[in-house]
Ligand binder design. Structure first.
Ligand code: FES
Length: 99
């Protein structure tokens, strides 16, 4: 059984590795992961940005998301295979995403 660390403080930055693009970002607490990757030049389709539509669903390769969306089921949240990068953060200091 793996142990999932407790969520970090809401004010903590998150290190996000964009595995496909080949770069790493440090996302400050006042910025969403979606905004950060878009600012870094990745194409992200226009969508709700409120955790409701599911368009920004992104595969998680490493790390544990802190889910804050209204899309995923409890089972999907527990699996942690994907996350909505517009609103969700991280329970670990680092996420590796399929971006
Ligand atoms: S943009 Fe709609 S759920 Fe993330």
């Amino acid at each position: 059984m793996s142990v999932v660390p407790a969520p970090e403080q809401p004010a903590a930055p998150v290190q996000v590795v964009c595995a496909t693009a080949g770069f790493t970002l440090v996302v400050p607490p006042e910025t969403s992961i979606l905004e950060a990757v878009r600012d870094a030049g990745l194409e992200v389709p226009p969508a709700c940005a409120e955790g409701r539509c599911g368009i920004c669903e992104t595969r998680v390769l490493e790390g544990h998301p802190d889910h804050r969306d209204g899309v995923l089921t409890a089972e999907e949240r527990a699996l942690g295979d994907t996350m909505m990068i517009c609103v969700s953060r991280a329970r670990t200091g680092r996420l590796v995403l399929d971006l």
